[in-house]
Design a protein around this ligand. Structure first.
Ligand code: FES
Length: 192
């Protein structure tokens, strides 16, 4: 395996089973007040344009560089999604044209709480398949999509299937590398 540092949090991980491009950041962000460090303008973007996998850790623009991704990365790359309880990161990458996703942890959940529409990007925690909205403490069973606090108020959530997990296991070597990058993972999903 070979790991190439790309500046800031950027890495290119190359293995026999494929490559993972992580957090490539090349464009000045936030009105030019944030710049890649160390300077990485000498890196040839054509060496990064065809990764097997793309991993973006989160949407801050020193990690997620939509203009550079749009110009330089082939959309056939499979995106490795962190185990976040909402789909903002997936939506942004889908908007750029990426269509294949692998989710670490395995839940995709509607953004607004079914109780009083709290933003679950800020208020949700997920533990053992139960989502708790911290605003008023309501809880939801993600597997069944049911509210544990009220008789109604279902939640829209999706978990990976066994077939999807099996499909990912076929790329175990790359998945193991992804786990190292992500820090932790306990499941996986593949969707279009
Ligand atoms: S808005 Fe989520 S529990 Fe009230």
């Amino acid at each position: 395996m070979r790991v190439t540092f790309l500046g800031q949090a950027g890495l290119l991980i190359e293995t026999r089973a494929g490559s993972i491009l992580c957090d490539p950041w090349f464009s000045p962000a936030y009105f030019g007040s944030w710049l890649p460090f160390p300077a990485n303008d000498g890196i040839d973007p054509t060496t990064l344009q065809n990764p097997t996998y793309l991993y973006i850790s989160h949407l801050h623009h020193d990690h997620f560089d939509p203009a550079w991704l749009a110009d330089h990365v082939d959309r056939s790359a499979t995106v490795i999604l962190p185990d976040y309880p909402i789909g903002d990161l997936r939506r942004e990458l889908h908007r750029l044209g990426f269509r294949r996703f692998v989710a670490l942890g395995g839940w995709e959940i509607q953004r607004r709480c079914p109780h009083m529409k709290a933003d679950l990007t800020r208020f949700a925690t997920v533990d053992d398949g139960v989502l708790t909205c911290q605003l008023h403490g309501w809880q939801f069973d993600l597997a069944g999509g049911t509210c544990l606090t009220s008789a109604d108020h279902p939640i829209d959530a999706r978990r990976m299937t066994k077939d999807e997990i099996a499909a990912l296991a076929a790329t175990a070597e790359v998945a193991d590398a992804a786990v190292e990058v992500a820090g932790a993972a306990n499941g996986a999903a593949a969707t279009d």
